[in-house]
Ligand binder design. Structure first.
Ligand SMILES: C[S@@+](CC[C@H](N)C(=O)[O-])C[C@H]1O[C@@H](n2cnc3c(N)ncnc32)[C@H](O)[C@@H]1O
Length: 373
């Protein structure tokens, strides 16, 4: 599709996300990564893959078509492995700033591929002020927060309410603003689709399933999030408060927690950084390479023909029993759609746990497939 080619060419030039909008705590529970594992992962902003380091897998291959996201991922992974002061590590990624960013970032990137070192040499200023406020998604959210008149105090008030009262608050406070004509127009604009990482292929899948317009979709999404444990839901905090909840150590992505950080310091994992399409990384690998594949919701961005090629390449490169994790805005099972049930088995137990517990509430399904031996 031409408009999705255009979408990708704009998306890949921009710093869009600074956090991953996927529940890495859920993934940690279901993937069971161990010392013998080797992982191929689409990174997004890297919170998920940085959270694998403490398991000390044999290898991680991190891939993303967006160099901003991959460079940030590298910084998170490397920071987890070598910043021995937890306070310094947490300030950098949890609070989002450093006192002397250029010096700190130079130290962390030492030994990383030269393009990543060059990238951070020219982007270290991001950490002069909370980097959570930077990137396209964060900037859109900051405008929305101002428009809605919400902040951390407002969110703390919401946390104290029952779920019914939270829903009432959304109906009375948020819905009227979202339904203003100029806000609706913005929510339907390409800028917003890029900022929230929804390409046209995925938008059609998302709205096709929900039978809604995008404004109604966002309001119902907020209500789904409001029904979760908001005290610990870092996606809720990030969106409404514009920061993490620093009062609760369990309210941040796992890679930012003290125990994971301690173990990550001892990790000897070797990490490859691949700036490009996952298909090219798959094609260049031999059989028996990876035990885990984490794909984000990238398959939703792909036309059916590309999805099928990717699954065939996964089946070719997988170790026996490998796990494949993907999120989707659709109800369909990707394996059934492509008639690949002989190659992949849906792990109902893991998939229903993950779908039920993912606190982003962005996806209709979180599926885990096992590659048939
Ligand atoms: C699909 S997007 C959507 C947002 C995602 N759920 C998140 O929380 O970040 C996630 C990441 O996938 C990357 N991506 C999309 N298609 C890809 C592909 N074919 N190969 C490698 N990376 C891809 C994007 O650059 C982006 O960083």
């Amino acid at each position: 599709m031409l408009r999705d080619r255009l979408y990708v060419s704009v998306f890949t030039r921009l710093f869009v996300y600074n956090i991953l909008f996927e529940d890495a705590e859920v993934d940690e529970k279901i993937l069971d990564i161990g010392e013998d594992s080797s992982v191929l992962s689409i990174t997004g902003a890297g919170c998920g893959v940085a959270g694998m380091v403490h398991r000390n897998p044999r290898r991680i291959d991190a891939v993303d078509i967006n160099r901003h996201h991959l460079a940030l991922t590298a910084l998170k992974i490397r920071g987890a492995q070598m910043l021995s002061s937890y306070a310094e590590f947490y300030d950098l990624f949890g609070r989002g700033y450093a006192v002397q960013p250029s010096r700190l970032v130079r130290r962390v990137t030492d030994g990383l591929p030269s393009w990543i070192q060059r990238y951070w040499k020219s982007h270290h200023r991001r950490f002069h002020e909370p980097y959570h406020r930077q990137g396209m998604t964060a900037q859109i959210m900051s405008v929305m927060r101002r428009m809605l008149g919400v902040d951390a105090e407002w969110f703390r008030g919401m946390i104290r309410m029952s779920v019914e009262d939270r829903h009432r608050l959304i109906d009375e406070w948020i819905t009227p603003v979202f339904n203003r004509p100029y806000v609706k127009a913005f929510l339907e604009s390409p800028i917003q689709y890029i900022g929230f990482g929804i390409n046209y292929e995925q938008r059609d899948r998302m709205l096709g399933t929900a039978g809604q317009n995008i404004t109604d979709f966002y309001i119902s999404h907020m209500k789904r999030v409001a029904a979760t444990d908001l005290e610990r839901n870092w996606f809720g905090w990030y969106t409404i408060a514009g920061q993490h909840n620093h009062d609760n150590p369990e309210a941040v992505p796992p890679y930012l927690r003290r125990d994971r950080h301690e173990r990550s310091l001892d990790s000897t994992v070797s990490v490859g950084y691949h700036h490009g399409n996952i298909l090219d990384v798959l094609r260049s690998a031999g059989p028996n390479t990876w035990s885990h594949y984490t794909l984000c919701d990238a398959p939703d961005w792909m036309p059916l023909r590309v999805q099928k090629t990717m699954l065939a390449e996964i089946a070719r490169t997988a170790r026996p029993g490998a796990l494949v994790l993907r999120r989707t805005v659709e109800d369909d099972c990707i394996v059934e759609r492509h008639n690949l049930r002989d190659r992949f088995v849906l792990r109902e137990d893991l998939s229903s746990y993950a779908t039920e517990h993912d606190r982003t509430r962005q996806y209709r399904r979180v599926d885990v497939y096992q590659v048939a031996a």
